[in-house]
Ligand binder design. Structure first.
Ligand SMILES: [Zn+2]
Length: 134
């Protein structure tokens, strides 16, 4: 399924991922009320490898949360900035590298700076952000 996410959300994620992410807050219930959680897609190991490589090229070979530098990209996990349960896809604009402890600790939290952008997208009369889980 293709999801049409508003450009403002993609721009905000790009801005946020340009530096370390340190302002995580729990995902507000507003974004998940009344929606089924999509089945989690798995990526093949080949795609995981390619995605890690492209993320390291674009954002640097570091954990987006603690800054840990990966000497070996196989140590890196791929994290969804906006949780997979919300977007339901693996589009690269929403992905960062994370060390396993950071990825686990993040869970479904989101950067605080994204909350108003996601709220605005939701209130604009469009639920495009949530289409994946509707
Ligand atoms: Zn980390």
């Amino acid at each position: 399924m293709t999801i049409n996410v508003p450009d403002e959300v993609i721009e905000a994620v790009h801005e946020i991922t340009a530096s370390r992410i340190t302002d995580l807050v729990p995902l507000p219930d507003l974004f998940t009320w009344g929606h089924a959680v999509p089945k989690r897609q798995k990526l093949s190991s080949k795609r995981v490898k390619g995605t890690r490589f492209r993320l390291a090229q674009r954002l640097g070979p570091n954990c987006a949360y603690c800054g840990h530098k990966f000497s070996d990209l196989t140590q890196a996990t791929i994290d969804h900035v906006i949780p997979h349960r919300l977007v339901g896809h693996w589009q690269s604009w929403n992905l960062v590298l994370a060390c396993e402890p950071c990825n686990e600790a993040k869970g479904t939290m989101i950067p605080e700076r994204l909350v108003p952008v996601l709220c605005a997208a939701l209130l604009s009369g469009s639920d495009r952000v949530l289409k994946a889980v509707a």
